[in-house]
Design a binder for this molecule. Structure first.
Ligand code: FES
Ligand code: FES
Length: 168
């Protein structure tokens, strides 16, 4: 039988202990053990960015992290963005309003990467947004609408005012 070790995490504000084999990736533990399937696996080889979550406050590709490496860390996933089931986070609302998604597969990673940028740069330029997104692939939108969504979401977050469409 495979050996497991306890990994202690705070995930979306909740303390959890999961027993995992040391070879398992953080993204798989989030999706399979904690049922947080908003985080996607697009490549498993650290290229696409769909698996991006926040680890101790910074965006990381969770397919590049072993779950045991995250022991003792704070993890935030896309499930933690909306304040309640009836409302979206302003950045999510901006993606809806400005057509920042089509199939939506890349969107959780885009949101988490963008929020990492906006925490450091609340009013980013187009170039700063594009630089931040260079590890996140989208096969649908052509990126321009994602950049527009992030600019609109950033403005709404700075103003602290719910955007039109913020109702889920
Ligand atoms: S699944 Fe992690 S970068 Fe693609
Ligand atoms: S919306 Fe489909 S991959 Fe980005």
């Amino acid at each position: 039988m495979a050996t497991t070790v306890p990994v202690r995490l705070v995930v979306n504000g909740r303390a959890v202990v999961v027993e995992v084999e040391p070879r398992r990736l953080l993204v798989d533990v989030l999706r399979e053990d904690l049922d947080l399937t908003g985080t996607k696996v697009g490549c498993d080889t650290s290229q696409c960015g769909t698996c991006t979550v926040h680890l101790d406050g910074r965006a990381v590709k969770s397919c590049t992290v072993l779950a045991v490496q995250a022991d003792g860390s704070v993890v935030r996933t896309v499930e933690d963005l909306a304040p309640d089931p009836d409302h979206l986070h302003p950045l999510q609302a901006a993606f809806v309003e400005h057509h920042g998604l089509q199939c939506g597969f890349c969107t959780p990673g885009m949101l988490m990467t963008a929020l990492d940028l906006l925490a450091r740069v609340p009013d980013p330029s187009d170039g700063e947004i594009r630089d931040a997104l260079q590890g996140n692939y989208c096969r649908c939108t052509g990126y321009q609408s994602i950049v527009e969504s992030i600019k609109a979401g950033a403005a709404a977050m700075r103003e602290g005012v719910p955007m039109p469409g913020a109702e889920a």
